[in-house]
Design a protein around this ligand. Structure first.
Ligand code: ASP
Ligand code: MG
Length: 405
């Protein structure tokens, strides 16, 4: 088999951990597999680099941030290759550029356009274990780009897709994907299997196990993913195409995301083209808007328009909202940072009635006010006050019977 193994920051947190990773990698090679390793920066390193930049400027340039942040993974690829060599196996480290990971030029959240991977093939043919820097690529100008926080997962899956690997293993510090965050709900249960679509929702809803883009890639190219711990040999969670078993389960997981803010533009004129003008400007700043709610205007003239964006984009989004508000003659803008999005996810929802109603009813009983709602075939999300997050997750986990196997 050709296996891509990705090790996250905690798995390469120090030289002791890196040696343990090397042993694991070499063991797989000794079983006769071809292995490609992808690593993150040592845990805390990327945060530390970001802090340094912010000690100098509160709005550091995105291109320079990429130059800075990509250095973290350079350290771990070299150390990991050295550790594998020390065990008597051939190995060679590669930056994103050396692999030929070509991205667009949207610095700090670039998207992979293609992977050349010639050097990886040559290294494999020579019996070497390639160790690839996660999270980074280069654009058409040869400038270093990064794929967004947590982007090493995406590097691993994209390489697995490009080389048609049989399996992509994502090694982390948890044993797999859980019905919800075990730090919030102690009865949370590890899932044996989850569909790409459910995982996509869970990832985008703040279950921080996998980078969202990595799951999109895995789904598109049908790469089987396994999420498992590098600290033990427990089997982990398989992320694959959905099957009949999965459809029987109505709700597979509850996710919470505290990383959102709600921005409201007040008393926007109620006429055609307004939403377009607001969201075009936000989109051109490369900001993803998650939920949008437009109230019905009571007097027919003006309406409040609310939307959510990630905390990281909130400053920029607020500036844009203010300028649009001025231009449109709206009443002004406010931002609420004390919000959380709590969601239930499950492919079985499509064929079951009353799932959303049950969620709303549960919140009503708990006295939790719902500020925004959005639904899809396989999820229902509510924006609520952040102070209720843990309780909301717990009651939903209970009411949908997720603790029982
Ligand atoms: N080192 C990067 C980060 O901390 C990428 C990754 O770990 O996946 O976000
Ligand atoms: Mg990660």
């Amino acid at each position: 088999m050709l296996i891509v193994q990705k090790y996250g920051g905690t798995s390469v947190a120090n030289t002791g951990r890196i040696k343990a990773v090397a042993e694991r990698v070499v063991a797989a090679a000794k079983q006769g597999h071809q292995v490609i390793v992808v690593v993150s920066a040592m845990s805390g390193e990327t945060d530390k680099l970001i802090r340094l930049a912010h000690e100098i400027s509160d709005r550091p340039d995105d291109r320079e941030m990429d130059m800075l942040l990509s250095s973290g993974e350079r350290v771990t690829i070299a150390l990991t290759a050295i550790a594998i060599q020390k065990l008597g196996h051939k190995s060679m480290s590669f930056t994103g550029r050396q692999v030929g990971i070509i991205t667009d030029s949207v610095h700090t959240k670039a998207m992979i356009e293609r992977i050349e991977a010639n050097r990886l093939k040559i290294a494999l043919d020579e019996g070497k274990i390639p160790v690839v820097a996660g999270f980074q690529g280069i654009d058409e100008f040869s400038d270093v780009t990064t794929l967004g926080r947590g982007g090493s997962d995406t590097t691993a899956v994209a390489i697995a897709a490009a080389l048609k690997a049989d399996l992509c293993e994502i090694y982390t510090d948890v044993e797999g994907v859980y019905t919800t965050d075990p730090r919030i709900v102690k009865e949370a249960r590890k899932l044996g299997k989850i569909s790409y679509d459910e995982m996509l929702e869970m990832a985008s809803l703040g279950a921080r196990v996998l980078h969202g883009r990595s799951v999109e890639f895995a789904k598109k190219y049908n790469v089987p993913l396994v999420v498992r711990s590098s600290f033990n040999y427990a089997p982990g969670t398989l992320v694959v195409k959905e099957d009949e078993d999965m459809e029987k389960i109505v709700v597979s997981g509850v996710a919470a995301d505290k990383n959102q803010v709600r921005i409201t533009i007040m008393a926007v004129p109620d006429k055609p083209g307004i939403a377009a003008s607001i969201f075009n400007e936000i989109a051109s700043a490369n900001i993803v808007v998650d939920m949008i709610v437009q109230n019905i205007s009571s007097d027919g003239n003006a309406t409040d328009m609310s939307f959510t964006v990630s905390k990281a984009d909130s400053k920029k989004a607020l500036e844009i909202a203010k300028s649009v508000s001025d231009k449109l003659g709206a009443k002004g803008v406010n931002m609420n940072t004390d919000v959380a999005k709590v969601s239930i996810v499950g492919v079985g929802m499509v064929s079951h009635f009353g799932v959303a109603a049950k969620m709303f009813e549960t919140f009503a009983k708990e006295g939790i006010n719902i500020m925004m709602i959005s639904t899809s075939e396989i999820k229902v999300s509510c924006v609520i006050d952040v102070k209720h997050t843990e309780r909301a997750v717990q009651v939903l986990h209970d009411i949908f019977g997720l603790a029982a196997a």
